[in-house]
Design a protein around this ligand. Structure first.
Ligand code: 5GP
Length: 189
């Protein structure tokens, strides 16, 4: 998506270790008019899929997932990364290794909010090694829910997550796919 690619070139910074910093518009300060355009595109791509719920993971997927859910007219469920007191003990869970934190955590969703009646669209800000998406797909499977696909803002296509999950049969639509990046800039697929 041209709009997102142009924004990455304008405001993104490539950090050592293969991390793209886009926190001025995507995952710390949130550019809501941009999110509305991304959500519109996710809606165009998945409009005929009868989505009844969006699934994402805290914290950085939540903004984009919420705006996208407004388009689909459905709720958002997000996986928590820690057991808070108000989280039901009855949860679906998946072990996820965090690319940015360099350590594993448990993604947790209350059994109350996912069921075999659900037809899910998974939304996240980034796809890198595919750990977060694998975890969410697993949680959906544990609930017996169907996953129509995943909508990703930025896929780092030079990392293996996207290809691996597509090979396993998951439909993934990424709005910007980065072929390579270094201190000189970003190249899109
Ligand atoms: P994965 O699980 O696919 O390795 O990584 C996905 C998660 O890691 C995303 O939810 C995102 O929060 C974070 N992430 C991965 N790569 C990057 C990156 O280059 N920049 C930022 N800002 N976050 C990233």
């Amino acid at each position: 998506m041209k709009l997102l690619e142009e924004r990455i070139i304008k405001d993104g910074t490539v950090l050592p270790g293969g991390v793209l910093k886009v926190d001025c518009f995507l995952n710390h300060q949130l550019d809501i008019p941009l999110f509305c355009e991304l959500a519109k595109e996710f809606y165009r791509l998945f409009a005929d899929c009868n989505i009844n719920k969006i699934l994402t993971i805290e914290a950085s997927g939540l903004g984009l997932a919420s705006i996208t859910a407004e388009r689909f007219g459905c709720p958002v469920v997000f996986a928590r990364k820690s057991r808070t007191k108000n989280l039901s003990p009855d949860v679906y869970s998946a072990k996820v290794f965090s690319f940015t934190h360099g350590e594993p955590y448990d993604a947790l969703v209350s059994k109350k909010y996912l069921s075999p009646a659900d037809n899910l669209l998974i939304i996240d800000d980034f796809l890198a090694m595919g750990e977060a998406l694998t975890g969410l797909w697993s949680i959906a499977g544990q609930a017996g829910a169907r996953v129509a696909g995943a909508g990703i803002a930025i896929e780092k296509a030079f990392q293996p997550g996207g290809d691996n999950l597509r090979k396993q049969g998951l439909r993934i639509e990424s709005l910007a796919r980065i072929a390579s990046m270094d201190e000189n800039g970003v190249t899109f697929c």
